[in-house]
Design a protein around this ligand. Structure first.
Ligand SMILES: Cc1ncc(C[n+]2csc(CCOP(=O)(O)OP(=O)(O)O)c2C)c(N)n1
Ligand SMILES: CC(=O)[C@@H](O)[C@H](O)COP(=O)(O)O
Ligand SMILES: [Mg+2]
Length: 646
């Protein structure tokens, strides 16, 4: 790492001769591999973009020239080269570097990311602003082949081509999303590769033909006609030039010299946008990652010599995702109407199993959540039962489709919202904390959350048997560890369940907070504070009958949810009590995430930070109860004094 040790900023990099860049890349790559083997992260994606980052910071005068990374998961080399080399081992850890780009982390991170397909829109905005200021720096978006077809990116390309704005788009084409890329655009990019390969192949053939005495020239012309026909049909002209972009490529995305040359060529284009098409290999430079690019998009810690994952000793229960995946396939086997949909997250959502077992009834639509939801709506119009499995955070992108295409029409679409709650290392762009609020406010939507993985199966069945829009949320990671040996059962919509009865305190727990609340109740009981614990199950419709009965008999109601307080389950309970004039009668305490972004870090640590674990719930209930008791004692004393004429 001796060369990398001398690079504390891109200025240091730019002082090196061009032919030293491969060595820089090699050292950066080794550093990423060693660090990822210890802490895990987006290993494969970042290994594939090492030379891109080196060439970008060499060819551009960063940070004056703006680089806008799409998603940002592939930008570890960018971070290492921009003054964060020594902090790199803290990445994705509490208090450490973010796993994505953040404007408040570095001036070189010109735009925050985490969700895909945003970079060209942001870069276009920056380019327009630059032109208005009469400045002449460059703006370059770096976007992957699977993010390029994302709606926003195509909208931005459409506008950039129309405005003929000076803008560079570096396409990092590794033929992969997390899974292999899907979609017609992917096919188009493949054809460019093939055609250009064919193109080059044709040139060699052309020369050989020409060398044949007598007929050579005619044969060469014929071959050239064929080649030009192919070129015209699939080379970038067919799409890129029509959209007003010039095209440079394709370039070997691991050849720093070729990349620098291409980027400098792109910098000379002043009369409109240009796309530089670089071919890369996800996982480049680490054979296990190159061999299984799907699995190595991201990784946990691993043994460098073999690539074998270093697993934690303690066996954990099956993940919510795996339980969902199995339950979905069991139900799909029994009901032909069920269709599964993922938006580029087949393994992350567990829809990969359905894709394999039920071809034609399971779809990976690519990074296209808006399309996924309205596609599901179309399926529902025709009597099918679509299950859209989309992470809570990514579903945010399809809010209007949920409203406009599903709920106004009251269509039966099932939303399985994985990664709901605090996800941990991915941080604020990925925590699923808004879904209770954004789903609860939409008329016709049923909103629920299982207390554990067994009830998740019940909720999937219930959702499929329902007749309108319905959603359920569940957290990232392992389940509680309850038995899964019973058949899923239908739940009554809007019905909660009392899990523990007694005392003057009621704990209304939602979803992932039920089991921690039961443990807190055990602890409270040891200290003489008896509590009733309710598995709320539904944020909409609430079990109004039960909640109002509790409000009339208890002195303290505590709601607990792994979500933002604003608009969440506790808000729904507060609204119910207010509508029934009971807010004055019972003390209501709402536990959840306050109005601030939750940083990245260990999931358990972050849950504890917001009191969303057994200890936190215990403390909050105990503290609230003691306040009530003190007031009661003071009131008693006052009454006694008053009677005594004191
Ligand atoms: C809106 C949105 N949907 C899904 C994801 C999850 N995701 C993160 S990276 C990725 C694949 C991106 O593929 P590509 O742009 O080709 O980049 P690569 O990983 O191949 O470098 C996906 C689907 C996301 N970050 N944002
Ligand atoms: C970069 C990105 O958005 C995905 O790779 C995401 O990090 C996956 O999250 P999970 O690890 O929870 O599936
Ligand atoms: Mg890709």
């Amino acid at each position: 790492m001796e060369l990398l040790q001398t690079i504390n900023s891109p200025e240091d990099l730019r002082r090196l001769p061009l032919d030293l860049l491969p060595k820089v890349a090699q050292e950066v790559r080794q550093y990423i591999i060693e660090t990822m083997s210890r802490i895990g992260g987006h290993t494969g994606a970042s290994l594939g973009a090492v030379e891109l980052a080196v060439a970008l910071h060499y060819a551009f005068d960063t940070p004056r020239d703006r680089l806008v990374w799409d998603v940002g998961h592939q930008a570890y080399a960018h971070k290492i080269l921009t003054g964060r080399r020594d902090q790199f081992p803290t990445i994705r850890q509490y208090g450490g570097l973010s796993g994505f780009l953040r404007r408040d982390e570095s001036e070189y991170d010109t735009f925050g990311a985490g969700h895909a397909s945003t970079s060209i829109s942001a870069a276009l905005g920056m380019a327009i602003a630059r032109d208005r200021k009469g400045e002449n720096y460059h703006v370059c978006a770096i976007i992957g082949d699977a993010s390029l077809p994302g709606g926003m990116a195509m909208e931005a390309i459409n506008q950039a081509g129309h405005l003929k704005t000076r803008l560079i788009v570096l396409l990092n084409d590794n033929e992969m999303s997390i899974a292999p890329s899907v979609g017609a655009l992917t096919g188009y990019l493949n054809r460019i590769r093939e055609a250009q390969g064919y193109h080059r192949f044709k040139d060699e053939i052309g020369e050989t033909l020409r060398s044949i005495p007598g007929v050579g020239e005619r044969l060469h012309q014929a071959a050239k006609t064929v080649k030009d026909a192919i070129a015209a049909a699939v080379l970038p002209g067919a799409l890129v030039n029509e959209l007003g972009f010039k095209y440079i490529g394709y370039i070997d995305g691991h050849d720093t010299t070729a990349l620098v040359r291409a980027l400098r060529e792109a910098q000379q284009i002043k009369d409109g946008p240009v796309i530089v098409h670089a071919l890369t290999v996800k996982g480049k430079g680490y054979p296990p990652a190159e061999k299984n690019r799907y699995k190595w998009h991201a990784s946990g810690p691993f043994d460098i010599s073999t690539g074998a994952a270093i697993k934690s000793a303690k066996p954990s229960p099956p993940t919510y995702t795996s339980v969902f995946s199995n339950a979905l396939c069991e139900l799909m086997a029994k009901d032909e109407r069920i269709v599964a949909i993922t938006a580029a997250m087949p393994d992350g959502t567990g829809v990969d199993q359905a894709l394999e077992k039920f071809p034609g009834r399971a779809f990976d639509v690519g990074i296209a959540e808006q399309h996924a939801v309205t596609f599901a709506a179309g399926l529902a119009c025709e009597g099918l039962r679509p299950v859209a499995a989309i992470y809570s955070t990514f579903l945010q992108r399809a809010f209007d489709q949920i409203v406009h295409d599903v709920c106004i029409q009251n269509l039966h679409v099932v939303f399985a919202m994985d990664r709901a709650g605090i996800v941990g290392a991915d941080g604020p762009t990925h925590h699923g904390l808004l879904d209770i609020a954004y789903m609860r406010i939409v008329p016709n939507m049923v909103v629920m959350a299982p207390k554990d993985e067994a009830e998740l199966r019940d909720m999937l069945l219930t959702a499929i048997e329902h007749t309108g829009p319905i959603c359920f949320r569940y957290p990232r990671g392992a389940g509680v560890g309850v038995p899964l040996d019973r058949e899923p059962q239908l739940l009554e919509i809007g019905k909660a369940e009392i899990l523990r009865d007694g005392g003057e305190v009621a704990l209304l727990a939602y979803g992932s907070m039920v089991h921690p609340s039961l443990r807190a109740a055990e602890q409270l009981a040891k200290e003489g504070i008896e509590t009733t614990v309710v598995n709320a199950r539904f944020a909409k419709p609430l079990d109004a009958e039960l909640i109002l009965a509790l409000a009339r008999t208890k002195r303290l109601i505590v709601t607990v949810e792994e979500a933002y307080l604003a608009g969440g389950f506790g808000s729904a309970v507060m609204e119910l009590l207010e509508e029934n004039g009971l807010l004055g009668r019972v003390r209501l305490v709402r536990m959840g995430v306050p109005d601030r972004w939750v940083t990245h870090g260990d999931q358990k640590l972050l849950l504890a930070k917001y009191g969303l674990d057994a200890d936190g719930i215990y403390s909050r209930v105990k503290e609230s109860w003691e306040v009530i008791e003190e007031r009661r004692v003071r009131r008693k004393r006052f009454e006694v004094d008053s009677i005594g004429g004191g």
